[in-house]
Design a protein around this ligand. Structure first.
Ligand code: AMP
Ligand code: MG
Length: 398
């Protein structure tokens, strides 16, 4: 059976990054940069004061001490937003090379509207450069700021605004068609009857797709008939999506007609992966569109998304780093596995500074509660049957 790594490589190999588009800065949080960004100007753009205070030439303060207070005349008042450039050159603040904060002078409070004093007195030496932010010290013009493929975070938007970048080129959001299959499925607001369950996968998977900053095109629930599944797949084709994701209908008994449908209108690459949960997982292409058939069991569908679909969405959206990198955690209990690559639900607690994992009870693939209670999925590699207490394993933090 195909390993997780090989299955993921096969899936990823068919996807290319989407085209780019230019959007306004305010819309760009969570999007992926499609260009490198270099600073067009210095930050800060001009020398400025880090404090409310008096700009002086530091040499003028060389004899100031508690026993010999120094009094200087105040030649100009330079409020925030003005440059002070119109002052006489001989006395100009441009000649100043330091700022003494108001708190260190005899004029240590200023209420709104009060004029600046005519003289100011202080009792210490002011060092050259004190409280001056020099032009270009935060970021010199020309320096690379953010690279193509960068995931834009709120603080990035702040920096881009500092640089005066109002519009920005990002990759288009991938468009993902989502459908559920199964005669037993009812919409969440339909009353349950004998043998029926609510379609929960649509909700979890739609939210997962959105959490990867992709767009969901929700197609609804297909019955277990070839015609019903086909009509939803046709809708996906009409929507010109980047990927079709379905849940259920890929386990051994149910698989026949889905397999036949895919193969008669495209091709099937694989339909089983050596993992737990989530062995029945189909990958192929339907009328030219990539298709991933996730398992129906809610935990299997979730794990299948994290292991296979999220990396696809990252590749489509041009993201250069992983949104959920694995971390090392220590097993707080002995863990048994069946030799397939396993993804186990665990709670992580901090034990003397070490992240320590314990399983959240019943690991059945239909038990969504134990996933809800989990902080992480522990990854037990293929071939491992037992992990002793204290051993480190990789984990995907949820
Ligand atoms: P299947 O792969 O169709 O045999 O489905 C496997 C299991 O997942 C069955 O117990 C289904 O009832 C369940 N299942 C399938 N689709 C969903 C869904 N959308 N929401 C919740 N459970 C589902
Ligand atoms: Mg089914």
């Amino acid at each position: 059976m195909l390993s997780v790594t090989e299955a993921r490589e096969r899936i990823l190999s068919v996807f290319q990054t989407t085209a780019s588009e230019t959007i306004s800065l305010i819309e760009s949080s969570g999007r992926i940069l499609a260009v490198d960004i270099a600073a067009a100007n210095d930050l800060p753009l001009f020398n400025n004061s880090a404090m409310d205070g008096f700009a002086i030439r530091s040499v003028d303060s060389s004899n100031a001490a508690p026993a010999s207070p120094l009094t200087l005349s105040v030649v100009a008042d330079i409020p925030a937003g003005s440059a002070g450039a119109h002052y006489d050159r001989r006395t100009s603040p441009a000649g100043a090379d330091a700022v003494i904060p108001v708190e260190h002078t005899d004029f240590n409070e200023r209420s709104a509207g009060q004029p600046a004093p005519q003289h100011v007195t202080f009792t210490r030496i002011v060092k050259t450069g004190e409280n001056i932010r020099l032009r270009g010290t935060d970021l010199p013009a020309g320096n690379m700021v953010l690279k193509k493929g960068h995931f834009l975070k709120p603080q990035d938007l702040g920096l881009l605004a500092m640089l005066g970048i109002a519009n920005i080129q990002v990759y288009k959001k991938p468009r993902i068609a989502l459908l559920s299959t199964g005669d037993e499925l009812l919409k969440v607001d339909e009353p349950l009857t004998a043998g029926k369950i609510h379609d929960s996968n649509s909700y979890a998977l739609a939210a997962l797709i959105e959490s990867a900053n992709a767009e969901v095109i929700y197609l609804g629930i297909a019955n277990d008939t070839r015609e019903s599944v086909k009509s939803l797949l046709q809708k996906a084709i009409a929507e010109n999506v980047d990927l079709i994701v379905s849940s259920a209908g890929v386990s051994v008994c149910a698989f026949d007609f889905v397999q036949d449908l895919i193969e008669s209108n495209g091709s099937l690459n694989f339909w089983r992966v050596n993992m737990r949960p989530g062995k029945p997982l189909a990958f192929g292409e339907y009328n030219g569109k990539p298709f991933i058939g996730l398992p129906g069991n809610p935990v299997s569908a979730f794990v299948g998304f994290e292991v296979f679909v999220r990396p696809v969405l990252e590749k489509l959206s041009g993201r250069s780093d992983r949104s959920k990198p694995t971390v090392k955690v220590r097993c707080g209990e002995e863990i048994e596995s069946d030799g397939r690559e396993s993804y186990l639900r665990a709670k992580i607690r901090n034990e003397n500074g070490i992240h320590t994992a314990t399983l959240t009870g019943n690991q059945g693939s239909g038990n969504l509660l134990s996933l809800v209670q989990a902080d992480a999925l522990l990854i037990i590699p293929a071939g491992v049957k037992c992990v002793p207490v204290g051993q480190e394993v990789d984990a995907i933090l949820l």
